[in-house]
Design a protein around this ligand. Structure first.
Ligand code: SF4
Length: 46
């Protein structure tokens, strides 16, 4: 649904996303989330 992928996209990745919850989770997307992943609702950390 949010097009999660296990690779960064255009320099954006979960590790730099506002929604990322270290070490392997996300506030929005369920499941095991890699810091090197990416999805369509990526948002920059402030
Ligand atoms: S919202 Fe998307 S890009 Fe951001 S941490 Fe979650 S899965 Fe990664």
């Amino acid at each position: 649904m949010v097009m999660y992928q296990d690779k960064p996209k255009d320099g954006q990745k979960c590790g730099g996303c506002l929604h990322f919850q270290p070490p392997n989770a996300c506030a929005i997307v369920a499941g095991n989330i890699s810091p090197e992943g990416w999805c369509a609702v990526w948002a920059a950390k402030p």
